[in-house]
Every structure is written in structure tokens, then in C-alpha cells.
Design a protein around this ligand. Structure first.
Ligand code: TRP
Ligand code: ZN
Length: 885
């Protein structure tokens, strides 16, 4: 592609891991003074700096990062520097001549009220707050803004008393009053930390208070700060926090280390939450919940994000990342920890199913597209673009595989050694793997390829039973497709958990050739070669293999399993995950078969054996939460992944056909399931009630596909009488997908009831954006103009524009291209004030090569239009340029 010269020379530059060098200077202490005003903030930063002897030569200039700052003054050892003694440019401040040790005082000014990028110091809902990860601290003051520079921070905040709460990291040591209605507070954080963990809040906030006694007997004050009117929505977050603290003590022996732990809910936030030391900032979506306003899924989400940020205190804060290429060191590990926590709090099988579902619908496409990158990437243009599902979720899978290979006790030994070696340090993913190796005397050299090679490995399995020798030979082969910059891959080291079922569906004891006796019924095979054979002996009858139990590795598995065998596994596998998996594969094959039929102009028909398999699952004695999962058909996004060229209409029509046919044939069964799982009495958030609601509402959604008056009446009745948001939203979602008079009535009633609750309105926007009805784009376009929609609020953007473009394939990929043009319009606008959110939205266009020629051209045209935009952010530039490459 030929671009004008100027664009090439101006194109943002990539940063490479191979160029990493240790910092030339280190900072021991940081003394910050914030003077907050309504129209500006003045920040005075006093740094004690010394040269990092091993890594610097005499008199090397000191280069500090800083962006969008107004520099007021710089003093070196209390001497004001004159213009010739430093250099200032767009993103740095260079002090030309510095001694080996010195203090530097820098005064800057910023305008928090104008900051809509939500990085650095900004205002949300009238409160001051900060977001410094990854590179936001440089938008507050000039600094060595890199995670391997760890310092002790003291923070003084001065503000008007209309901001009663003045909060920062660590412990409050002093506070006082000033004249003219102002006051101040001084915080000291005793732990060394990188700048990305700095935080400050000043606002008029109420808080819920509790205490936690650690296992060594220390008392920790727990506080959740929210706006006064939200105080009644903080109990679940507090409960989740205490559970997290207990769980980390019990599971990993990790105790909290400060006397106070604060969480502040913020309405305008780019991501989920942020683990700043002692002062977590949360998107209010992950704090606020009461049964009337939050769904069961919201309650779960809060539990896992509260856990996630709390667990970062050890995996991220006490031991942090050397550089941003190591991001998965803290994120992959912390996601693994929050997944295990959630699994222990409720249904392990359902948690695993949901995690794998999101891995497959988000991470696998990322790994197969133009933005594919390794868990430890080699380069980036904008680090904000690398807070990806690969870093987080595939990173967690990599940790999980080590857990599987080393066992629970071995993994714990590795964690203990990791903290023993690296507490207080900034380290690499390699240091983590090394601790796992050394604690277990294991060689993980080959395993490390998971960190450096991108792409989703493909595994093929073929088994042969030999009756004469009573043996079963399983051959596994692996390969991995090319990804950008990585044409060829070396074999991975992967754990394949498996079992063998007999004709009754019972697990058979497993004995590999060369072993004295059978041990266990689930075994972990270690696949290391491109092709490898495993021979089981004393196999009394032809077995049916159950492979990749619990999804023991993040791969695509190909095995020749007939539909009859899949139905058998769905009915019998002792591994709940693999039951679900068999059902998904069966449904997937059937739907994709129907897509082919549709394309050939044939009528769609549904095999009765599938209907019977579903009926059997519905009537099984399994946990209703698992049953609901078994009955959920693979999503359109997941099915699209399985096609070389996505058939947008075919997938939608075939999947809807199957849903409707199941509803017709099993109508009485679904009605019965609906009644049997209706929970009388008031709402409770516990495993049993959540499970029953999930199955009841799944039954309702099937019944509603028929769009019959009786189903609609049932739906309206549930909508009108629900005492909780789970049931209310389930009914409204079902209605919003049907063309009926009840739809508009219910949507209007819901809006009227919740017009003053922004988080509930996000759901209302989201449901309309995800409606399968043909008029959806027009509705979404109208909703962007709705008075309750705020383009500067990321939650609103994600719930309306994000839901439409990422979760509504049939309407987003409209053959007119109007969906693509709409997204480009929105992104170009959002990019002018919040590049991070704009870049996130662009993911929906990056896999244009998966589509037919017409759609390819339309998507490409919008990408071209975006990249031609003068002043495009480097965030958006990176996504678009890589997508077009
Ligand atoms: N470290 C945060 C987490 O995973 C992620 C995060 C929150 C973040 N806000 C951010 C990353 C803003 C980049 C920019 O818990
Ligand atoms: Zn995290």
C-alpha cells in the first residue's frame, strides 16, 4: 500500500522488547503535593534520584517522560533551572547535566476537568480521580514512568472542603484545615511501587466500612467509597472483598499488608478496575449491586473483579513487571487466581464453561487475526492496545497449564519460591517460570514457547482399539498456524487431560504401557512432539475417549467423533466440562450442516436424535446451572470461527431455526422446566437460586422464539412482577428480540422505571443494540442521540456501540455496509477525546478477511477512511494499520 511520504515519516514508532535496557537513574522517594482547583491542578513533585551505577555512565542526561503538561518550574538541589539547562518537548523533559545523586523538584499544571481520555488526573461525577496504568502518571508530572523504577511515595492533597474525602495510597498520617475553605491530607505508602500504581481521589463520597482480621491477627480497615445514594449497593462488593482476603490466605498463604484497603467506585472509567496500592479504583459497574438493579451475572462479575484487584496486591504490586512486555506476568497470573477463586465460590464447571466460552469467542479470533500477538509480545506501538484477551485470558490458560503439569502442591511450591525470590522486585515472565521449575526440579524450556509463539495450536487425535491385545493406541498430533511475523512454529508442550469411557459410560481405569498398574480414570498426557503415540493396556472393551477434559490446554481439538458418540458423551462423561463440550460440538456440527444446506437452497430439517439428546439433558438430574449451559447453543461468533469464510446470514438463520425447532418440539418440556425452576419468595444470590433462575430464564428464551401469545404473556407477567433484575432483564431481552406490541411497551416501562440509574440504563441500551430484529441499526443510531446516552462515558459506548458491533453479527454485518460506516463515524469522533476507547471499538473491523468479498471491501473502505484521518491517535493507528497490513 502506497501512502504519502509524510504519513510514513510521521507514523508512530514501535517499541521492541529486544531494546530493553535497565534504567540509568533510579528514584528512591517521591514527595507529591497536589493543589486541586475547579479549573486546574498544580502538582509539585520532589524526587530523590541517584544514578543506577551498573547501568549508567557519568553525566548521562536524565530523560523524564511527560505528556500534556504545563511545566511551571524545575529545581535541581533547590536551584531553579534556567531554560538552557533542560530541554522540553512533546513527551519528555531532559535535564542535561545531573550529579550522581540529587533532588529534583518539578512543578506542573494540568486541567483535570478537560481530561476525557480518562488517563492521568481527571474528573468523574464531580470527583477528582486518577488512572495511571500503563502510562498515565506522565500526564500528571514528569517522571521515570516505567515499572522497573520503584519508589516510596508520600502524597499531600489540598482541596476545597466541598471534597471532604482526600485519599491516596498507603496510610493517612496527617490532615488539617486551611483558610478560605480548603483542607489537606497527607498519605504515606510504606511499600515501594512503580508509578502506574499511584492513585488519588478527592470527592464527596460516603463509604461502607468493615474490618478484616488477617490470619496473623492484624486488623484491616475496609472501606468502599461511593456516592451517598449508592451506599445501599455496596454490601455484595464488601462481602466479595472479605471472601477474597480469606481465600488468598487459605489458598496461597498470602496476607494483606497495609492497615487500610480502600475501593472507590467511579462512573467514567476505561476498563473494569485498577489495583492501585491500597486504593483500588473501580468502574462503578463492578461495585454497585442490589437485587433490584443488578443481575446474577453482575453479582458474579463483581465477585471476580473484586477478587482480581485484591489478588493483584501480591501478583502485580508486591512483585511487579519489569517492562510492559511482561504484562501477562501480573494479568495472566491474576486472572488465573480470580478464576480459581470464583470456581471455589460457586460452580467450578459453570465457571470453566464460561471462561472457555469467552476464550473461544474473543481470544481465539484475536489469535487468528491481524492483531495476533504472543502472551509476551515482541513489540507494540501503544501499550494500551495490549490489554487484550491474549494477555489476560490466554495468559491465565498458560498459568493453568503449569498448574496442571506441576499439580496443586507443586504449583504452590513454585508460587512460594516466586515470592521468596522476588518480593519488592520488578521481574519477567521468565522469572516466574524459573521459580516454577526450580521449586519442582522440572524443565519448562519447551513450555516457554507459550510465551513467545502466538496462534492457537490445533491438535488432532485418532485412536485405535486392538481387541487381540486389549490395547488402545491414541495418536496426538499438533500444529500451529502462522501469525503476523511468525511464519513457522515449534511444537508446544501441552497437558492433555483425558479419560476412556466404557459402553455404559463409566470411566475405565487407565494404565499406560510400561506401568505396573492402572492409576486413576483421568490422566494428563504430556504432548511435546509434533506427533506422539500413547498406548493404554488392559483395556477390556473398545473405549470412547474423552479428550481435553476441563479444557486442559487452549487449543482447537480435532477428533473424529460421530454424532452418536457426541450424544453419548453429552449424556455420560464424568467430566462436566466435556459433557458440555460434546453438546457444543454436536450442536455446532448440526448448525454448520444446516448452513451448508441453506447455501445449497435446501430446506433445513432437524434430526430427532438431537432433539432427544437435548430433552435428555433438560430432564437430567444435573445441577440446573450446568443444564442451562448444556442447552445453550454455540454462539454465532463461535460458529463463525469454525468457517473459513463466515456466512453471516446462514449462521443466524440456521441457529435460529434450531432454537425454534427445539422450542416447538420440546414446548411442554420447557414450560415444565420454567415452572419447576421458578423460585418463590424473595430473591437470594446463592448457587442454588442462581442455578434455577438460569434454567428458568433459558426455558423462557426458548419459548419466546415461537413468538406466541401465551409465551409473550408469560414473559410480560415475569417482566411486570419480577422483584429482581435477573428476571426482569431476561424477560426484556426475550421481548426485545421479537417483533410484537409488548416489545415497545416493556422497553418504555423499563426506561421510565430506571431513567435515573445509569448502570441499569446501560442494560437497556445494550438489549436494544443486541436485538436480532432488522431495524436494529436505525434504533442504535437513534439511541446515540438519546438524552441518556453519553459518548464520553465508556460504559455507555461499550453497552450501545460495543454491543452492537461485537455481539450482534447479523445486524452489524449488514450487507449494505451501514453498520461499518456507523462504527467508523463513532470511532473517529471518540478518537478525538478518548483514543483508548476508540481503539478498543475498532477490533470489530479488524477481522475483515474472514468475510465475503462484498463485506471485505466495505470493511476495508472504512479502515482506509479511518487511517486517512489527520491527527488520528497512535492507539487507533496501530489497530487500523495492523488490520490493513
Ligand atoms: N490493571 C488493571 C486490571 O487488570 C487494568 C486496567 C485498569 C487498565 N484500567 C486501565 C489498563 C487503564 C490500562 C488502562 O485490573
Ligand atoms: Zn489485572
Amino acid at each position: 500500500m502506497n501512502a504519502p511520504d509524510k504519513v510514513i515519516s510521521d507514523a508512530p514508532k514501535a517499541i521492541f522488547l529486544k531494546d530493553y535496557t535497565a534504567p540509568r537513574y533510579l528514584i528512591d522517594t517521591v514527595d507529591l503535593h497536589f493543589d486541586l482547583h475547579d479549573d486546574y491542578a498544580r502538582i509539585t513533585s520532589r524526587l530523590s534520584i541517584h544514578s543506577n551505577h551498573e547501568h549508567s555512565q557519568q553525566n548521562q542526561p536524565l530523560i523524564l517522560q511527560g505528556e500534556r503538561l504545563k511545566l511551571i518550574a524545575v529545581k535541581l538541589n533547590d536551584q531553579l533551572l534556567t531554560a538552557g539547562q533542560y530541554q522540553l518537548n512533546e513527551d519528555s523533559l531532559t535535564i542535561l547535566d545531573v550529579p550522581a545523586g540529587f533532588t529534583l523538584e518539578i512543578v506542573t499544571e494540568v486541567k483535570p476537568q478537560e481530561n476525557k481520555a480518562l488517563e492521568g488526573l481527571y474528573k468523574s461525577g464531580g470527583h477528582f480521580c486518577t488512572q495511571c496504568e500503563a502510562e498515565g502518571f506522565r500526564k500528571i508530572t514528569y517522571f521515570l514512568d516505567r515499572p522497573d523504577v520503584m519508589a516510596r511515595y508520600t502524597t499531600t492533597i489540598v482541596a476545597d472542603k466541598k471534597y471532604p474525602q482526600l485519599l491516596s495510597n498507603g496510610n493517612l498520617v496527617e490532615q488539617g484545615e486551611l483558610e478560605d475553605g480548603r483542607h489537606w491530607a497527607k498519605w504515606v505508602d510504606p511499600f515501594k511501587k512503580p508509578s502506574y500504581l499511584f492513585a488519588l481521589v478527592a470527592g464527596d463520597l460516603a463509604h461502607l466500612h468493615d474490618t478484616f482480621i488477617t490470619r496473623s491477627g492484624r486488623s484491616v480497615s475496609l472501606r468502599i467509597y461511593v456516592e451517598q445514594h449508592n451506599l445501599d449497593k455496596t454490601a455484595h462488593a464488601m462481602h466479595s472483598l472479605k471472601q477474597s482476603m480469606r481465600w488468598d490466605e487459605d489458598t496461597f498463604g498470602l496476607e494483606y499488608d497495609l492497615d487500610i484497603y480502600m475501593i472507590v467506585a467511579v462512573d467514567d472509567f476505561n476498563m473494569g478496575a485498577m489495583e492501585n496500592k491500597g486504593l483500588n479504583l473501580f468502574n462503578s459497574k463492578y461495585v454497585l449491586a442490589k437485587p433490584e438493579t443488578a443481575t446474577d451475572a453482575d453479582f458474579d462479575g463483581i465477585e471476580s473483579v473484586i477478587g482480581h484487584e485484591y489478588f493483584h496486591n501480591w501478583t502485580g504490586n508486591r512483585v511487579t513487571c519489569r517492562d510492559w512486555f511482561q504484562l501477562s506476568l501480573k494479568e495472566g497470573l491474576t486472572v488465573f487466581r480470580d478464576q480459581e477463586f470464583s470456581a471455589d465460590m460457586s460452580s467450578r464447571a459453570v465457571k470453566r464453561i464460561n471462561d472457555v466460552r469467552s476464550l473461544r469467542t474473543v481470544q481465539f479470533p484475536e489469535d487468528g487475526g491481524p492483531m495476533a500477538h504472543a502472551v509476551r509480545p515482541d513489540s507494540y506501538i501503544e501499550i494500551g492496545n495490549f490489554y487484550t484477551s491474549t494477555i489476560y485470558n490466554k495468559g491465565a490458560e498458560v498459568i493453568r497449564m503449569m498448574h496442571t503439569l506441576l499439580g496443586k502442591a507443586g504449583f504452590r511450591r513454585g508460587m512460594d519460591l516466586y515470592f521468596e525470590r522476588h518480593d519488592g522486585q520488578a521481574v519477567t515472565t521468565d522469572d516466574f517460570v524459573k521459580a516454577m521449575e526450580d521449586a519442582n526440579q522440572r524443565d519448562l524450556t519447551q513450555f516457554r514457547r507459550w510465551y513467545t509463539q502466538a496462534g492457537t495450536p490445533e491438535i488432532s487425535a485418532a485412536g485405535v482399539y486392538d481387541a487381540a491385545t486389549q490395547s488402545y493406541t491414541l495418536t496426538l498430533t499438533q500444529s500451529c498456524p502462522a501469525t503476523p511475523g511468525q511464519p513457522h512454529k515449534e511444537p508446544f508442550h501441552l497437558p492433555i487431560a483425558m479419560g476412556l469411557l466404557d459402553a455404559q459410560g463409566a470411566d475405565m481405569p487407565l494404565q499406560l504401557e510400561g506401568e505396573d498398574a492402572a492409576t486413576g480414570t483421568t490422566r494428563v498426557l504430556e504432548l511435546r512432539d509434533a506427533a506422539q503415540t500413547f498406548r493404554f493396556i488392559n483395556v477390556a472393551q473398545p473405549p470412547l475417549p474423552s479428550l481435553l477434559r476441563g479444557f486442559s490446554a487452549p487449543v482447537k481439538l480435532h477428533a473424529h467423533t460421530s454424532r452418536t458418540e457426541l450424544a453419548f458423551l453429552l449424556g455420560h462423561d464424568s467430566d462436566a466440562f466435556n459433557r458440555w463440550e460434546a453438546g457444543q460440538r454436536l450442536a455446532g456440527e448440526i448448525i454448520l450442516g444446516l448452513v451448508a444446506a441453506y447455501r445449497d437452497g435446501q430446506a433445513m430439517t432437524l434430526d430427532d436424535s438431537f432433539v432427544q439428546a437435548i430433552a435428555k439433558a433438560l430432564h437430567s438430574k444435573l445441577d440446573p446451572a450446568v443444564v442451562a449451559q448444556l442447552l445453550t447453543l454455540p454462539s454465532e461468533l463461535y460458529l463463525a470461527e469454525a468457517m473459513t469464510t463466515v456466512d453471516v446470514e446462514g449462521i443466524h438463520l440456521a441457529r435460529e431455526f434450531v432454537r425454534k425447532t427445539l422450542a416447538q418440539r420440546l414446548k411442554a418440556d420447557f414450560e415444565q422446566a420454567y415452572r419447576a425452576n421458578s423460585v418463590p419468595g424473595t430473591y437470594r444470590f446463592d448457587a442454588q437460586n442462581v442455578a434455577r433462575r438460569s434454567l428458568k430464564n433459558l426455558a423462557l428464551s426458548y419459548l419466546m422464539t415461537l413468538n406466541e401469545p401465551a409465551a409473550r404473556a408469560l414473559c410480560m407477567q415475569q417482566f411486570n412482577s419480577a422483584d429482581n433484575m435477573t428476571d426482569s432483564i431476561a424477560a426484556l431481552a426475550a421481548l426485545s428480540n421479537q417483533d410484537c406490541t409488548e416489545r415497545a411497551l416493556a422497553l418504555a416501562a423499563f426506561y421510565d422505571k430506571w431513567r435515573h440509574d445509569p448502570l441499569v440504563l446501560d442494560k437497556w441500551f445494550g438489549l436494544q443494540a443486541m436485538s436480532q430484529l432488522p431495524g436494529t441499526l436505525a434504533e442504535v443510531q437513534a439511541l446515540v442521540q438519546h438524552p441518556a446516552f453519553e459518548i464520553k462515558n465508556p460504559n455507555k459506548v461499550y453497552s450501545l456501540i460495543g454491543a452492537y458491533t461485537r455481539s450482534n453479527p447479523i445486524r452489524f454485518h449488514d450487507i449494505s455496509g451501514a453498520g461499518y460506516a456507523f462504527l467508523a463515524d463513532q470511532v473517529l469522533h471518540i478518537d478525538t477525546f478518548n483514543p483508548s476507547v476508540a481503539a478498543r471499538m475498532l477490533g470489530a473491523l479488524s477481522r475483515w478477511r474472514k468475510f465475503d468479498a462484498t463485506r471485505q471491501a466495505l470493511m476495508q473502505a472504512q479502515l482506509q477512511r479511518i487511517i486517512a484521518q489527520p491527527g488520528l491517535s497512535k492507539d487507533a493507528y496501530e489497530v487500523v494499520s495492523k488490520s490493513l497490513a
